[in-house]
Design a protein around this ligand. Structure first.
Ligand SMILES: [Zn+2]
Length: 319
């Protein structure tokens, strides 16, 4: 039996491959904006390595991979209202979400195509696996999404208290809301909202002064990614989440289980496998904001991982 603990790197992958049947549901999550070699580790390389390891154990890889596209994520946090280094969980969007952004660089259709095409490489090598992209916005009307959104608007302290207990202080005069309805007039994600029983939401928009009351199902939302994991895992009956190591450092494993309890959602055992971080040619962890994104052939990436199976930080050649 697998234990209730985080599974790390290739040793973790091997433990999971021993226990899994090969038919499990696997969670991969990303914002629909960019896809680089660093993303390819959890999205392509580790899935391939998991299938390979499973088949070494004489089982057939028939996993269902769910690629969750976070189109409810903010395009940017407000730098004036956040102090990322000292208070990483005091967050507020600066503008809107990817779903409503008019910037051509934020085209969700385009990024969905790029990300899906890349993950398809897993299916090319293991044809019995399935891959499905799911956008948050398509989950809005599910009862579990509605429950989580309304609870988060009503009580941001459900997450706030958990993060404080894990040692991340919150600044009382900075906002921390974790979920806002999108303004129906100007698409701002910075609205102030109140839930009016049973499922109406009264909102005020500081950007365009709009005020109104709407039913839950007539609005869209900004929802912070830690909370967003819950409805996805529950509804899609997820067995394993494959996630980057930066989430592990944010105590993602501990906060996830505390959130299940705080939101009173019963879950079957869900395992989390953490994958190494990839550093770009300037030595920093690869990321769009660090301007060091690169691509790498999947076989080269797999070779790099196999050479350093339990190393937390991998480096692209040529550093
Ligand atoms: Zn507005």
């Amino acid at each position: 039996m697998l234990e209730h603990k985080p599974y790390l790197l290739m040793d973790g992958l091997k433990e999971i491959a021993k226990e899994f049947k090969g038919t499990e549901n696997i969670f991969l999550g990303i914002k629909p904006y960019g896809f680089h070699a660093g993303n390819k580790i959890p999205f392509v390389a580790y899935p391939i390595l998991l299938c390979e390891e499973l088949e070494k154990n004489n089982k057939k890889a028939q996993f269902n991979f769910f690629v969750f596209l976070n189109d409810w994520e903010q395009t940017r946090f407000d730098p004036e209202k956040t102090n990322w280094k000292e208070y990483p969980f005091n967050v507020i969007p600066q503008f809107t979400t990817f779903q409503f952004s008019k910037d051509p660089a934020h085209d969700v259709d385009y990024w969905e195509h790029v990300i899906y095409s890349s993950v398809q490489e897993v299916q090319m090598r293991f044809p019995n696996v399935s891959i499905q992209c799911v956008r948050n916005s398509s989950m809005r009307d599910l009862p579990i999404m509605k429950e989580v959104v309304l609870k988060t608007i009503k009580n941001p302290n459900l997450l706030g208290n958990i993060m404080q207990n894990l040692g991340f202080p919150l600044h009382k005069s900075f906002p921390y809301t974790y979920c806002n309805p999108i303004c129906p007039k100007c698409t701002s994600a910075r609205t102030q909202a109140k839930v009016i029983a049973p499922d109406n939401i009264k909102l005020v928009c500081p950007d365009c002064s709009y005020q109104g009351t709407h039913n839950y199902h007539d609005l869209y939302y900004w929802l912070y990614h830690k909370v967003l994991a819950l409805p996805r895992i529950k509804y899609y009956d997820i067995d394993l989440c494959i996630s980057g190591l930066d989430h592990y450092k944010e105590r993602d494993f501990d906060s996830r289980y505390a959130l299940y309890q705080a939101y009173n959602i019963t879950m079957k055992p869900t395992y989390i496998l953490y994958t190494p971080a990839l550093h770009g040619i300037n030595g920093l962890q690869m990321g769009k904001s660090r301007q060091n994104c690169a691509d790498i052939q999947t076989d080269k990436l797999i070779e790099l991982i196999k050479k350093n199976p339990n190393v937390y930080e991998l480096y692209m050649e040529g550093r």
